[in-house]
Design a protein around this ligand. Structure first.
Ligand code: GDP
Ligand code: CA
Length: 314
């Protein structure tokens, strides 16, 4: 049994590889800091990316949304004066409408997600990081931006100076996460190659969660989202520079220092390995670019083997 922490596109790809390997012996704990309210709907971008990816219906060209979408709803909504900056495909909207209605009736996001995953035939357990509303706020010199406005509307152009996770103080881990952590077969905790600041950090900011993961006593392994000093996709490297950090896999390892036991970086960054040892971390270089479904599975195999090696060495 593996517990994997994930954001959207990068996290979902490794989660898919892990599911290919482990089937229902995988729980994916997903960032909900990206969630927002839009046109009366509650939208959970990372949860939906993970769900669509694990269901095998994600759009391959982007990694998010449903493959082969049509856009009639958005076209007509825009014509009627509605906002057009957030892409809402017709099939995608079905999930947002049904979920929003169920949330309004008082159902928990965890239950709704479980139901959706079941209907889409997903074998792994997908859990939102909490059922409480947590909203990532991006601090910029021009002021504070809700995450989707920064990410989609402003296309990550504003300089970031920091982040806040509004609502986090009163968020709590769910009983489903409690159960996953109590599972005697839990063998490792994996930080997927997701954005450390806006995908993994909001999860670890749920009060008490980071300590509970650490205290569980199984190896915690992270995979670098930075390869060759750059992000594969998205603003992770740009954010690091703006925060005064030279973007590299080494900087990611330093960021997680004290929490993780092992770190996997890409073969392209193997020259950094000697600089990781002083951090008190076990580290390996592996092929970590996931272009195909087989790439995902191979990286998952490397993660699981590495975690087993760390567990055996304890
Ligand atoms: P988002 O919520 O959709 O932005 O997705 P995540 O936070 O889960 O993932 C974004 C991160 O994934 C970025 O920093 C990318 O560099 C990283 N990433 C994307 N694809 C890959 C890949 O194939 N391999 C690795 N190692 N990292 C990746
Ligand atoms: Ca995200």
């Amino acid at each position: 049994m593996i517990l994997a922490l994930a954001g959207g596109v990068g996290g979902a790809k490794l989660a898919d590889g892990l599911m290919q390997l482990l089937g229902d012996e995988l729980t994916v704990l997903v960032n909900t800091g990206d969630d927002f309210e839009h046109m009366g709907l509650t939208i959970c971008p990372d949860l939906d990316t993970v769900t669509y990816t694990l269901a095998g219906i994600a759009e391959p060209s982007t990694g998010w949304g449903v493959a082969g979408e049509s856009w009639a709803f958005l076209d007509q909504a825009t014509r009627l004066g509605g906002p057009s900056w957030f892409q809402l495909g017709d099939r995608d909207v079905a999930l947002h409408v049904l979920r929003s209605e169920r949330l309004r009736r008082g159902e928990r996001l965890t239950e709704i997600t479980a139901d959706v995953c079941c209907r889409l035939g997903i074998r792994a357990q997908v859990l939102p990081m909490t059922d409480a509303a947590v909203r990532t706020i991006v601090h910029t010199p021009q002021g504070k931006l809700p995450f989707q406005e920064y990410f989609v509307k402003e296309r990550c152009a504003p300089v970031v100076t920091g982040f806040a996770f509004a609502g986090s103080e009163s968020a709590a881990p769910t009983r489903e996460l409690d159960a996953a952590l109590a599972d005697r077969d839990l063998a490792a905790i994996v930080l997927c190659p997701s954005n450390p600041y806006v995908s993994i950090a909001p999860i670890l900011a749920v009060p008490g969660l980071q300590q509970r993961l650490k205290q569980r006593g199984v190896p915690i392994v992270a995979v670098s989202p930075i390869i060759g000093g750059a992000a594969v996709k998205g603003p992770a490297a740009k954010m690091m520079r703006e925060l005064g950090i030279e973007p590299s896999a080494l900087a990611v390892a330093e960021h997680y220092r004290g929490f993780i036991d092992g770190f996997l970086l890409d073969d392209a960054d193997a020259a950094l390995l000697p600089r990781l040892a002083p951090l008190g971390l076990a580290a390996r270089a592996v092929p970590s670019l996931m272009k195909t479904s087989a790439d995902r599975r191979h990286l998952a195999e490397a993660v699981v083997a590495f975690a087993a090696e760390l567990a055996a060495g304890r």
